[in-house]
Write a new protein. Structure first.
Length: 225
């Protein structure tokens, strides 16, 4: 068990036998053993030897843990200050294929707005997170705000979201139209939303129609279904 073998690693380190300490730690992997804890131990050994690049690629990405995706990024950025933020984020995204949308908030917080939108449209992203981003950036980054709000409506139409209500649909719609108004392209936003629900007859799309019926002034038949 790693609970005991970690002392063996420590003993080898005290003897100055770092390579053997890593080998001993690696040999400790197995059922019910935490790979993350072992990775962190090995990472620390390499960093203590000044081997930052090897530590980063072999263990750093898997050893970076936190209670959120943003927290994971911050842990890694703190341990490797010589690394560019964009590179760290790209590498972290690569560790979770199929879950790229979960890195949306991290990219947004770092100011990588184009990347954030790419992530939001690549795989499911929490609609409420997208709507909040649209609300917060409607004046500073209206294109990003519009893209975020439209992505929120897209994932809502696909049935994504936790405890979603009609208010969430209306909020996403309003934030999309706010951003579109700033950009002067409300016709585009309206057409996109109409197409979104016209091409999808799922229960989620019908929910969007019901939520927006009466809220928007449109004679389009789709809102009367």
């Amino acid at each position: 068990m790693w609970h005991y073998r970690c002392y063996g690693v420590e003993a080898l380190l005290n003897l100055g036998r770092k390579a053997e300490a890593i080998q001993y730690a690696e040999a400790s992997r197995g059922l019910n053993q935490s790979d993350t804890v072992i990775d962190r131990a090995c990472e620390d050994i390499l960093i203590s030897s000044g081997l930052y690049e090897e530590a980063y690629h072999r263990y750093g990405l898997s050893a970076a843990v936190g209670n959120s995706y943003v927290a994971r990024f911050r842990v890694l950025a703190k341990r490797y200050p010589m690394k560019e933020s964009a590179q760290i984020l790209t590498d972290l995204i690569g560790t979770s294929p199929g879950q790229e949308g979960k890195w949306f908030a991290t990219a947004k917080d770092l100011g990588f707005f184009e990347l954030a939108l790419d992530l939001a449209n690549q795989s499911p992203c929490d609609p409420k997170t997208l709507t909040r981003a649209a609300r917060d950036y409607v004046d500073k980054e209206p294109e990003f705000a519009l893209g975020s709000a439209l992505a929120a409506l897209h994932w809502l139409s696909e049935g994504w979201g936790y405890e979603v209500t009609g208010f969430d649909v209306v909020e996403a719609y309003d934030r999309a139209m706010d951003a579109a108004s700033v950009l002067g392209n409300t016709e585009y936003a309206t057409a996109y939303i109409l197409q979104l629900v016209e091409l999808n007859d799922s229960g989620s799309a019908q929910f969007i129609r019901r939520s927006l019926r009466g809220h928007i002034s449109s004679t389009h038949s789709v809102w009367n279904k």
